[in-house]
Design a binder for this molecule. Structure first.
Ligand code: EPZ
Length: 409
């Protein structure tokens, strides 16, 4: 693959940022909003809550003048990420009721840390009939530790931060998530008049304010989308420029690509990626940011199955995020799972086959492997892809890939 690909706004930043607009009755303008099914879902949820949402190109204007505190059961249940409406609704209305998100194929994904944080601010939390109900006469700032069995929680940090910005007094979150998406949300909240310091560090200090005002914000580029295209370029022995990508958000991925024999250069446009001959096996362990992102694990596995030698990929964030292994094996890959690790014996030629997508990042890995397999690969259930990749088939075709979308009969 050769050429340039424009990196869209980050899905995992725009969802909590859209939810944060619920904290004010004034209009907010969000730019570089990617056209994804998850974003459309969040728009439906905000509209359902009473907000006025208008989209024009990649700009969304939200005005949550008058809102209700109970999210639609089915809408929230369908998209886990929408749990991040809980913090802003509690912060503004002191009363919120949303359906429990439940687990997904990659893990149980409990929200105990979210609830622990909201309870520390004084909320009374009950779980009944599949709903979580959080209520508080007043929210009062407090110090809390938000680390769990696999470290920090991204949306847990986001939810507690959004509830704490309107609480009385000071909140200190220890073991806060440091992901760039959490940093982007904190910058948006400060643009709305919040007082958050320690942004980007594991200790966030939030001094509550009486109210927030409207604000404008441009969402950061999607580092996981950028990582996906970088890996696709490496798998196809190509040279691609990731326009608008930010290398300062991608150190762990770029470092592993370098170790595997891929050259990356940062320039004014973004990042250029070029494979230099033979690939080398690398071991990967997923960790909270700034460690190697779990959301790029499957894609990196697609690169390692192309790489002669043994590489070990260990998943430390989610307990069952190897759904792509059996599908990659259909293409001829040799992968063995040992507890939290997958042992990849790479370098075997792949041949195309019909495969089934199970979740967002697994489906991206299947597309990447399909680009390297002899013959045709048919990836089914691409709705998973559309949740997190804007026009992936169009963008890949522009880079020279032979890929087309087939309507499922
Ligand atoms: C966010 O999910 C992302 N989603 C995920 O991206 C990403 O994989 C994940 O962070 C980790 O980076 C969005 O931002 C919408 P966590 P989140 O809370 O916040 C455990 C993608 O592909 N945990 O940081 O739900 C949890 O089970 C998606 O774009 C608790 O135990 O993830 C997991 O093992 C997939 N209790 C770990 O912490 C809690 O209360 C990290 O989860 C919360 C989490």
């Amino acid at each position: 693959m050769h050429g340039e690909v424009a990196i869209s706004g980050a899905k995992n930043a725009v969802l909590p940022i859209m939810a944060a607009t619920l904290l004010t009755s004034e209009p907010c303008l969000i730019r570089r909003v990617p056209d994804l099914s998850d974003v459309r879902f969040m728009t439906q949820i905000l509209t359902w809550l009473g907000a006025e949402v208008k989209s024009e190109g990649d700009t969304v204007r939200v005005r949550a003048k008058k809102i209700k505190g109970a999210g639609d059961y089915d809408l929230v249940r369908k998209m886990r990420g929408s749990i991040c409406i809980m913090g802003p609704l509690l912060g503004r209305l002191h009363d919120v009721k949303v359906s429990l998100p439940g687990g997904c194929v990659i893990g149980a994904r409990p929200i105990n840390l979210h609830l622990k944080g909201l309870q520390s601010l004084g909320a009374k939390v009950t779980i009944e009939n599949g709903y979580v109900h959080a209520k508080a006469k007043r929210l009062v700032g407090s110090a809390m530790f938000l680390g769990g069995r696999s470290g920090s929680t991204v949306l847990g940090t986001a939810n507690v931060m959004m509830a704490a910005v309107l609480a009385e007094g000071v909140t200190v979150i220890e073991s806060a998530a440091c992901e760039p998406e959490v940093t982007d949300l904190a910058h948006f909240l400060n643009a709305m008049g919040a007082k958050i310091s320690g942004i980007g560090s594991p200790t966030l200090t939030i001094t509550g304010v009486k109210q927030l005002h409207g604000a404008e914000h441009e969402v950061i580029p999607d580092r996981i989308e950028a990582a996906t295209y970088a890996i696709a370029a490496a798998v196809t022995n190509g040279e691609v420029t990731l326009r608008g990508a930010r290398a300062d958000h991608m150190h762990a991925v770029l470092d592993k690509l370098k170790d595997s024999g891929v050259t990356t250069h940062c320039n004014e446009k973004g990042i250029s990626v070029k494979r230099n001959g033979r690939l080398k096996p690398v071991d990967i362990t997923t960790l909270p940011y700034s460690g190697f992102p779990t959301d790029a694990q499957a894609q990196m596995m697609a690169l390692m199955i192309m790489t002669p030698g043994i590489s070990i990929i260990t998943e430390r964030i989610f307990e069952s995020r190897f759904m792509h292994v059996s599908e990659l094996s259909r293409l001829g890959a040799d992968i063995e799972i040992e507890g939290p690790s997958a042992i990849v014996k790479g370098g075997k030629p792949l041949s195309g086959a019909p495969v089934m997508a199970s979740d967002l990042r697994a489906s991206a890995a299947l597309v990447i492997a399909g680009l390297a397999a002899r013959g045709n690969t048919q990836v089914n259930r691409v709705y998973h892809l559309d949740r997190g990749y804007e026009n992936i088939d169009v963008k890949l075709r522009k880079l020279g890939a032979r890929i087309e979308r087939i309507e499922e009969s």
